[in-house]
Design a protein around this ligand. Sequence first.
Ligand SMILES: [Zn+2]
Length: 93
Amino acid sequence: MNILINLAPSFAILLVSLYQGWREVRLRRERRELQAIADAMLEDLKTYRRVLKEETAKLQDSVTCPRCGRTSHNPDDIGAGYCGHCHDWTGEP
Ligand SMILES: [Zn+2]
């Protein structure tokens, strides 16, 4: 009986360290999973922003150059923010 009482604290310490090790592994796995979700959401957001820009450009029927004030109705100029007069990309694409 004495030997069991003497062993009990080290057994408890063993159980606690096993639990901590298991918990650490689980937390690391959760962190990886959350990181993967965050990365995927960021990629989706980039795609949405790009599509939104393209669709917004399609809805515009003209673009006015902030430098020279000329207006173009060319869809390519509108989409790219290009000014044929300045020969430069002066507008928001
Ligand atoms: Zn211009």
